[in-house]
Every structure is written in C-alpha cells, then in structure tokens.
Design a protein around this ligand. Sequence first.
Ligand SMILES: NC(=O)c1ccc[n+]([C@@H]2O[C@H](COP(=O)([O-])OP(=O)(O)OC[C@H]3O[C@@H](n4cnc5c(N)ncnc54)[C@H](O)[C@@H]3O)[C@@H](O)[C@H]2O)c1
Length: 404
Amino acid sequence: MDEVNVIGLGYIGLPTALMFASSGVRVIGTDCKADVVEMLNKGELPFDETGMNDLFLAAKKNNIEFSSEYKKMRNYVVAVPTPFNPETKLIDESYIVKAVKQILEVCSNDATVVIESTVAPGTIEQFVRPIIESSGKTIHIAHAPERILPGQMLYELNNNSRTIGVDDEETGRHLKALYSSFCRGEIIVTDIKTAEMTKVIENTYRDINIAFANELATICRDGGMDVYEVIRIANKHPRVSILSPGPGVGGHCIAVDPWFLVGRYKEKAKLIRVAREVNDNMPSIVAHRIEDLMKENGVVSYEKVGLYGLTYKENINDVRESPTLQLLSLYKEQKDHFCVYDPYVKTKMVDGQVFDMHEFVNRCDFVVIMIGHDEIKNNSYILNDKIVLDTRNIAHNLNHLYHL
Ligand SMILES: NC(=O)c1ccc[n+]([C@@H]2O[C@H](COP(=O)([O-])OP(=O)(O)OC[C@H]3O[C@@H](n4cnc5c(N)ncnc54)[C@H](O)[C@@H]3O)[C@@H](O)[C@H]2O)c1
C-alpha cells in the first residue's frame, strides 16, 4: 500500500487527501491550523462540497489521520496557498518554501515531493529545487497542478485529465500509479516547467475570455445595444463561443494566476495584463450602474439597496476575493450600508448582512443580483416589485429589470 502526507487541508488538499484515503492509499493530512485539524479529528468538515460527507466516511474507514505535524512518509502532496504580491505581481512562494523546508526536516531519502499548488513557470526550479539540493537528501520533485471546480470537486477529481511534471520517467511512472488510485481521467506526464505553465495558462485563457465578454457589456451599454442578444446571435456562428459578462472575477485561481505571468513576463504579457485589469474594473462598473439606477429610480439610502450573493461562484460558500467583496471595498468609508444576503454564508462577514431571504427582500427597494445561486435563479419572481440590476442575466420577466 502506498502512502501520502498531504500538506495543507484547504479546498484542494482536503478533498485530495480524502480521495487518496478512500481509494486505499494510507494518508496523513497535515495542516498548520490547529482548529482545522481539531475539527477533522472530531469528524467535522471545515467546508461544504457535494459528496464530501460520504467521502469523509469512506476515508475514515480506511484510517485517514489528521495532524499538525509533518510525518515521515514515502510521498508528500503540497496544497498550500500561492497568492501573488499585489505590487510586483510576482508569485508569493513563501508558503511553498516553508512547507518544503518542513518536509525536509522529517522525510527520508528517496521520498517524492509533489507540489499541487498552482505556481508560476520556473518557481520549482528557482525556489524549491535549491532548498532540496542543499538538504543533501535525494528527493524526487514533481508538480501535479489541480484543475477541479468548486461545487463539483469530487466528480472532477475522479474524471478530469491531469498533468504531472517530473524530472525522470521513473518518478512519472510512480506518480501515475499513485494518482490512478482515484483518477480515471488521462494522466499526462511531462516536464515540471511545462506542467507549471499549462496550469497557469488554463486560468489565463478563462480570464481573457471573461474579459472579452465584460468589455462587450460595457461597449454595448455605451452603444445602446443588448449585450446578451448580441452574444446569443454571435454564438450561432459555428466557431464562436462567447462567455457571459458578469460583475467581476473572484476566487483564488482565475483572478490570481494570470498575474504570475504578468509579474514574470512584464513586457510580453500585454493582453493578459489588460484582461486582468478589465475584470478587476468590473465591480467599479457595477458601482456606477448602481449609482445611476438609484438616481433614476429615486432610491436615496443604500440600506434600501440589497446585494444578493457574497460568494465568487454560484452554489458554493467560498467568498475569497468575490466581486461583492470587491464592490463593498469601494464603499468602505460609507456609513449607510448596503443590505447584503447570501444563503451560503451563515456567519457575519460584512456590515448590513442579513440571514433570511424574506427579510432581505422586505428590506430592499432595489436588488442587485451579484451571483446566480439556484435559490434566486428558481425564485426570481419574488423580486417582481423591486428594481433589479441583474449582473448575471438569470432573472426574467420582472417589472423593473436592468442589466450591466
Ligand atoms: N480552490 C480552488 O478551487 C483551486 C483550484 C485549483 C488550484 N488551486 C490551488 O491550490 C492551492 C491551494 O489552494 P486552496 O484553495 O486549497 O487553499 P486554502 O487556503 O483553502 O488551503 C490551504 C491550506 O494550507 C494550510 N497551510 C498553509 N501553509 C501551511 C504549511 N506550511 N503547512 C501546513 N499547512 C499549511 C492552510 O492552513 C490552509 O488550510 C493554491 O495554489 C491554489 O491556487 C485551488
């Protein structure tokens, strides 16, 4: 039986650890946050994800363990955060470096260290390999980036194709066998830098395409055209597939990874930078639209304006860098607060937040749909008497409906 110490039990590390364990691999999950480890040891999950309760039970049957300490095991899978430095736009590699140093303190010769965290191309060569080489231990290094989608992570862990970057064929064979314990998709073995670049450009591709749709929305508004109708018709072309515009891009992947390329290839990554800027500017465009519609409809108090949705994606509870939080940051000096509601966010995060849909609807004259959770998608009729700015194009046939 093979064995893995999964380092970092967040949105990526935890489902991965549970997947390995439930597929018969011996797993110890390690996180530096004592409260996360404590919760897991009590049998509680720190976040919701479709199917994760059953997977947790299956993993526990196979004796998965959780600890704050790193353990001596044959393989390490590192899934710690990789933010970017907002000034330089370069990757902040400090979490990875710290994790690798801690692994080196406990691991034996011949261990395999897989970085699953998303990293800029060249990061492993520049920051990870030198630490490993200076340890004097023989360690096999690999990069196996993750591309799963929150909300359907478990399905995608099982079925997505994945990429593993390695230095030699033997490590490639070993890791292909390890990941095949749960992955039914194609596993492509390549070199480390190609694996790093592949992951980053996947998210960059998404970002650029979203930016195109967002830019079309602003052009169409200026020109008095309906962007959704324009896109709907253009998409009839057999080789055109334009995405839908929205209030911005959140989360820790699409809104972050393109910056790694901009930081490292400043002169070359021009289109990538502009796309990032277009998407980062969307919350400000929504704010202008709110101001205009408040004036047009005689709404004077922000307390009467409701923001529906705090998460960055529909039907999940992850709020990291969400467009709503970006929008609220533009109003941080203001004393008169928006009314904010999200069915997936059960604890208080922002001023003006309420926890009941009916209370939210009753309090507001003007509702801004920031995210298209199924709850509002299936019940948008309850906004029939309200002024509605629908930034996701999910509400239809309302009396006072506006778009981006
Ligand atoms: N969330 C996603 O949808 C997603 C998708 C694909 C790739 N990724 C990438 O996966 C990586 C992890 O992202 P995430 O969303 O799981 O992050 P996260 O913040 O949810 O989880 C990271 C975990 O690592 C722990 N940690 C930090 N430093 C540690 C250390 N030195 N030792 C042990 N634990 C440590 C933190 O306490 C936290 O629990 C990032 O590089 C991200 O870009 C994320």
